[in-house]
Design a binder for this molecule. Sequence first.
Ligand code: GCU
Length: 448
Amino acid sequence: MAAFVLVLGRARGQDTPAPPQVTAQQDHQRMMDLLHITSLRPGADGNHPQAPNAANYDEAKANPYPKLPDPLVLKNGKKVKSAKVWWSKRRPEIVEDFDREVYGRVPNVTPKVVWEVTGTTQEKNGDVPVVTKKIVGHVDNSAYPAITVNIELTLTTPANASGPVPVIMEFGFGNRPAGPGRPMPPQPAASGPTWQQQVLAKGWGYAILIPTSVQADNGAGLTQGIIGLVNKGQPRQPDDWGALRAWAWGASRALDYFETDKAVDAKQVGIEGLSRYGKAAIVAMAYDQRFAIGFIGSSGEGGVKLHRRNYGEIVENVAGSAEYHWMAGNFIKYAGPLNWNDLPVDSHELVALCAPRPVFISAGAFKGDAWVDAKGMFLAAVGAGPVYKLLGKKDLGTTEMPPIETALIDGDVAFRQHSGGHTTGPNWPTFLEFAGRYLKAPAIIPTQ
Ligand code: GCU
């Protein structure tokens, strides 16, 4: 058993002990010990088709647990028949389950963030004149000065807008190595307007938030970043928040800033992300009802994919030491001794937490993006339908997985599988067509 090494040092001249230095493996083992778990089932191997634990890509074997928890049945067995009971009773039950078992709880009190515009540039993106602001969110660390968190954000808005504009905010990757578990498929060569240019063409703005400036993307960082700051450098309890909720918290703080910036219509802010940041985007959208719309790219396991599906990445991968930091420690239990079917919730209920707000679920092709289980995400979108309908909105309109490149965008939950790889790229035009039903730009002041 790996010992938990607590290094009590003095942090950078401050009178507070420095956060302990541990590896992800040590912290993962510590969490297993805390949960009295002695062994975990291995994750699916996406790289070796002959391996005993090779990832399953056979639809016939994909549904060991076809019965999903019913989002419209209360814990006491009663059916939810009104919006009132959804909001007052059932939704809080689902939130509590996701908090405790899946993503972890955001502390009741989190430190204040003071936003500072550190630079403003007038430039052109394509042929659109824009204003770009570099903005830093300084997180109050007076309670534990050994940890500093500065949230990095950029905001670009059309210079000639006649009023506040809708903004699409992306969780940006910056430069990061390929994810664990499988090689990253090659990205298609960029052609045509970038997503930012497509957004500007609608008269909207865009923002990019750097999630790793809020919380590191690894288990070793859990005693640092915003999670470590709130815990004063101590390791997590099993229901403490993981990185996905920390990143989503950062997005909510960015939205606080937008509420103070006259260039932005904060009631019309969308959130977008790919892969691990697609997971963060659905979490942000589900938990913060101020987000007007979500574009959830290839979020896979831990995101929109049903946990109960055996296809591509599975619960065991996310519960392993390379990815558990995204989740609550408690999530590890479902990779042994418990199983997927023991989860009190599944991802269709995460999508349902977004209701009645519009959400677009995006996936790539089976070839190149199979790991994320497009069908498992489609089924989650289907499963959220009854909640959208209860709230007077439209579901996907079908329960049959559509052929690739079929846009299901007539309802308020939308889905499209594009024919590219692990990217949101080819789905931007469809997302923007869908989003155009909800977000409205002010007029552009014509230039002389
Ligand atoms: C890995 C991981 C996925 C994740 C992806 C990414 O492939 O298994 O869950 O979404 O990395 O973020 O790129």
